[in-house]
Design a protein around this ligand. Structure first.
Ligand SMILES: [Zn+2]
Length: 150
């Protein structure tokens, strides 16, 4: 990987320099220079990520499945000098990256909010089941008493 990126599916960061067995295909030409397309699965979630050479800018374009890994002031991690990740394994560790950790926590909060009505429904459902069970239990007691009385 020529730069730090983030997988759009699992949000994990993939550090610059991590090697991939990418599928290399020709995606066209720009002024006679071949444009190459690289497709590779995310090491964590197997989401397919695609990048492409751009002879015009002499850089890479991110096609799908990933975004450039930027800090909150939109500088690339390397330039921002805040989070330097030399070891690719470290890049995958959310706890060592406060920015990504924050992002993941934000997503967790959103997920939690979305789950609230579902949890409420489950609680209501359980309460209903308990009430029905209690009524059935009472009917059985009444029936037994009735049988004994007769
Ligand atoms: Zn992923």
């Amino acid at each position: 990987m020529p730069f730090h990126i983030r997988c759009l599916k699992c949000l994990k960061m993939i550090a610059k320099g991590v090697r991939f067995n990418a599928i290399k295909t020709k995606a066209g030409r720009y002024l006679g220079t071949i444009i190459f397309n690289f497709a590779m699965p995310c090491p964590s979630c197997k989401n397919y990520m695609e990048i492409r050479t751009n002879p015009e800018t002499t850089e890479y374009d991110l096609i799908s499945g990933c975004v450039r890994y930027l800090t909150d002031d939109n500088k690339e991690v390397e330039e921002a000098d805040t989070v330097k990740i030399q070891n690719p394994e470290e890049g995958e560790n959310i706890n060592k990256n406060p920015f990504l950790k924050l992002e993941v926590q934000k997503l967790d909060i959103i997920k939690g909010e979305e789950m609230k009505p579902v949890i409420h429904q489950l609680i209501e459902h359980n309460v209903r089941i308990i009430i029905i069970m209690f009524i059935i239990f009472l009917m059985i007691i009444i029936f037994i008493l009735f049988i004994n009385w007769v």
